[in-house]
Design a protein around this ligand. Structure first.
Ligand SMILES: Nc1nc2c(ncn2[C@@H]2O[C@H](COP(=O)(O)OP(=O)(O)O)[C@@H](O)[C@H]2O)c(=O)[nH]1
Ligand SMILES: [Mg+2]
Length: 262
């Protein structure tokens, strides 16, 4: 799997759908979470000095990228902007959301604050609507302990349908278990069955009508249920990104002398 600029296409495609820039990386892993959940602390603990920062193309939003090696494989870690949701109300939310959908990371770590789990789970459910390849990292476990908050990691994992790992990033606790869980998701040996939010029947009815048409357009590339929801939302930013992706695909196929889709 190539992870260089070249292999990710060019022009518009490279701008918004760039997966990662670490040469020779086996997998690309996204790091998502609410602000102040210890995302950067975790990113630093995992990548050490193997990182560099820049801006997301076309945005004044910081892009931090780095690598770690686990069991002989190189993992390219992308620190997404901290967000409370993925509704694209801000540049940060749009960057995080476009990356999760169009960047197609091999796994996504969602870092949550153990001391205010409920608020943080909102983002977890939104990420699970986009991708099933998720590991939830319940961070700040030391703070939770101090506040006598107990978290049943196993039952949380059973409810969410994805691996959940407890961590205290500041002390480096839980990192090995997190890496192990990420490896399982990235290489496909661990399958998930994510909790999916069900909407009112009227909305579900529209999704059922839209989803097959979207599948015709994008195949299995993207989560067509999520795209259908965004179209029902009238979400212009997703529609624009999707158009760019479709246009770029047509351009690349044309350049390769392949079949051009109408
Ligand atoms: N007690 C405790 N503090 C942490 C932990 N992880 C991060 N922090 C602290 O939480 C604050 C926010 O961390 P940061 O990594 O900047 O969060 P981000 O906004 O999600 O990137 C900083 O003061 C960190 O030192 C942890 O596991 N335990
Ligand atoms: Mg940060």
């Amino acid at each position: 799997m190539g992870l260089t600029h070249q292999s990710c296409g060019s022009g518009v495609n490279r701008e918004i759908f760039q997966r990662g820039m670490v040469p020779g990386a086996a997998y690309v892993i996204a790091l998502a979470g609410n602000p102040n959940t210890g995302k950067s602390t975790l990113f630093n603990a995992l990548t050490g000095l193997n990182q560099h920062t820049g801006n997301w193309p076309g945005k004044t939003v910081l892009r931090a990228e780095g690598k770690f090696i686990f069991q002989g494989r190189v993992y390219n870690l992308i620190d997404l902007p901290g967000t409370y949701s993925l509704l694209a109300h801000s540049a940060e939310e749009q960057v995080a959301r476009d990356y999760l959908c169009f960047g197609k990371p091999d796994a996504t770590i969602v870092v949550v604050d153990a001391t205010c789990l409920e608020r943080n789970l909102n983002l977890v459910l939104q990420v699970l609507e986009i991708t099933a390849k998720v590991v939830v990292c319940v961070n700040l476990m030391d703070e939770a302990k101090r506040k006598n908050i107990e978290i049943n990691i196993e039952s949380l994992s059973a409810e969410l349908g994805v691996p959940v790992v407890a961590a205290t990033a500041r002390e480096g606790a839980g990192l090995a278990a997190l890496q192990q869980a990420v490896a399982g998701i990235a290489d496909g040996t661990v399958k998930t069955s994510p909790y999916i939010v069900k909407y009112d029947e009227a909305i579900e009815h529209c999704i059922r009508k839209l989803e097959p048409k979207l599948k015709e357009l994008v195949g299995e590339q993207f989560n067509s249920r999520w795209l259908a929801l965004r179209l029902l939302d009238g979400d212009e930013t997703v529609i624009r990104s999707l158009k760019k992706w479709l246009a770029e695909g047509t351009r690349v196929r044309a350049a390769a002398g392949g079949e051009i889709l109408a």
